[in-house]
Design a binder for this molecule. Structure first.
Ligand code: ACM
Length: 518
């Protein structure tokens, strides 16, 4: 409804050129979009409804030094729909000024919108980038159009102070059950970074396939990435080292850190098909493209297992600038308990030895080596069925399956998705508190939240988008916004207002009946 009103205003003005638009007089005092219409919700906002800022063909974006690249990304985002030049310059009047200054928390920023100019300030470029994502939502949805539109490009006046509740706000994409091409992964990075998601966890190996080139074990991808290695025999494919490095760079430009995962000691059938010496009996298993889990295991008592693990971890660490390296550890039902502990005692220190912080699914908390190596524990249980992760004493990323698993179905009627952790509608994804999920984990040990998207039922970007949106935005808000901002009615209303943006971006999202879509 909001968007319709803006559209009508633009039509009523029926101005023939952009110059005429600019000459049409001072901006009206009010905008259809409120300062608080932002996903995820901002921490503090003080609206000044009479102080709206109007973009004109003369508007410049000012920035210098390390702020310049972020300013360039804002200009690039706004040029197509406005048709304005939006040059990035060192100084200028009535500007949108991006400023680096001390005193803001990590990724935090302040935004001041007045009739005479806009100031966005942060201590680091990551904070400016977060502020830019806020700014982009404060112009009408037409700003997402890829060609010039007649619209009143007016930002609502007021001040925002914003910063994240949690340092880690993640999305996971499974490349193993179905390989997703780099172009699809880049598109997903574009989509998730709009909501201040700052980690992309790539699940790179599993029973069906192996999706990252490892030079010292070349058959992993030659065999494990061959055509037909996806679930149901679909797909195949893998990332070359250049592909991976390029994705890491692309993500870093959007302030997203890539977290690579090699799943061990279970979920390794594809590796064992390629290298039978990785089994205890040395016999190659058959390739698997079904969806069963828990049948494969590395052999904890063969030295070749640790040569393999060391080589893979070393090569992965070498091409990963981010601090984390995920070593899986889930559903090792075919690994005897003692063997599992012996395996973790040797493998977790290898991650440390290559300068990375180990991350593992919560099963690794059974191993004293998890705490000894200060591993991050990723909880993926269901709330009512929570295993203890307290003993490990480590930081925890929360991915409760019945809230955050984006591959679960929305409801019985909506096509797509699995159901083992239940149906997850938007409100289910939203209505929980990461600070209170695990009674045995103190709030200060919660590093953040992550929404995994497993690929058994996925084929293309449309499938990814349909399951991720809007639920991923719920997880993004839980990770970013203060608990005091948690409000389902507010969230669903802001989400409804965001729909037209996804439409213009070409994102195929689930029109949840829980939300009134604009
Ligand atoms: C998992 O869902 N097995 C981590």
């Amino acid at each position: 409804m909001r968007t319709a009103r803006i559209g009508l205003t633009a039509l009523a003005l029926a101005l023939p050129t952009f110059t005429a638009t600019a000459a049409a007089g001072p901006p009206p005092g009010r905008t259809a979009i409120a300062l608080t219409d932002v996903l995820p919700a901002v921490a503090e906002a003080v609206p000044a409804p009479d102080a709206a800022f109007r973009l004109t063909p003369d508007t410049v974006i000012t920035a210098s030094g390390a702020a310049t690249a972020v300013a360039g990304s804002l200009a690039a985002a706004w040029r197509p729909a406005t048709g304005f030049a939006l040059p990035v310059t060192e100084t200028g009047d009535r500007a949108i000024a991006l400023v680096l200054e001390p005193g803001h928390p990590a990724e935090g920023y302040r935004l001041a919108i007045r009739a005479g100019g806009v100031e966005l300030a942060a201590t680091r470029p990551a904070g400016l980038f977060a502020g830019v994502q806020t700014l982009r939502q404060l112009l009408p949805a037409e700003i997402e159009a890829r060609s010039a539109r007649h619209a009143r490009w007016v930002l609502p006046g007021g001040r925002i102070k914003d910063f994240p509740r949690y340092a880690y706000r993640g999305a996971m994409l499974d490349l193993a059950r179905h390989f997703h091409e780099p172009a699809e992964i880049r598109a997903y990075i574009d989509r998730i970074s709009r909501f201040k998601i700052n980690h992309l966890h790539l699940h790179l190996s599993d029973d069906q396939g192996w999706r990252i080139r490892i030079d010292s074990w070349p058959r992993l991808t030659a065999v494990g990435g061959a055509p037909g290695t996806g679930v149901g025999g679909a797909g195949g494919g893998f990332l070359t080292k250049d592909d991976y490095r390029e994705l890491v760079r692309y993500a870093a430009d959007r302030f997203v850190t890539v977290v690579p995962e090699i799943d061990m000691p279970g979920h390794v059938n594809a590796a064992q098909v390629a290298y039978p010496e990785l089994t205890c009996d040395g016999v190659a298993p058959r390739p698997r493209t079904d969806m069963r889990v828990g049948y494969s295991s590395l052999c904890a008592d063969r030295e070749v297992t640790y040569r393999f693990a060391a080589d893979v971890i070393r090569e992965l660490a070498e091409m990963t600038p981010g601090p984390y390296l995920h070593v899986g550890g889930d559903e090792a039902m075919s690994t005897p308990h003692g063997a599992y502990l012996r395996f973790q005692r040797r493998v977790l220190p290898l991650v440390r030895a290559h300068g990375k912080i180990p991350v593992g699914w919560h099963e690794i908390a059974q191993s004293p080596a998890a705490a000894e190596n200060d591993a991050v524990i990723q909880f993926w249980g269901r709330e009512r069925n929570s295993p203890s992760v307290a003993a490990a004493g480590s930081r925890v990323v929360l991915s409760p399956a019945n809230r955050t698993y984006l591959d679960m179905e929305y409801d019985l009627l909506t096509p797509g998705g699995l159901d083992w952790a239940g149906a997850i509608e938007v409100r289910d994804a939203y209505d929980w508190d990461p600070g209170a999920l695990l009674s045995d984990v103190p709030a200060e040990r919660v590093l953040g939240v992550e929404a995994p998207l497993w690929s058994e039922t996925l084929r293309d970007l449309d499938d990814i988008e349909f399951l991720a949106f809007p639920r991923l935005v719920a997880i993004a808000e839980l990770g970013w916004s203060p608990r005091s901002a948690h409000d389902w009615d507010s969230f669903r209303s802001r989400l409804g207002g965001y729909g037209p943006r996804w439409v213009r971006q070409g994102v195929r999202f689930h029109r949840s009946p829980e939300v009134r879509w604009s």
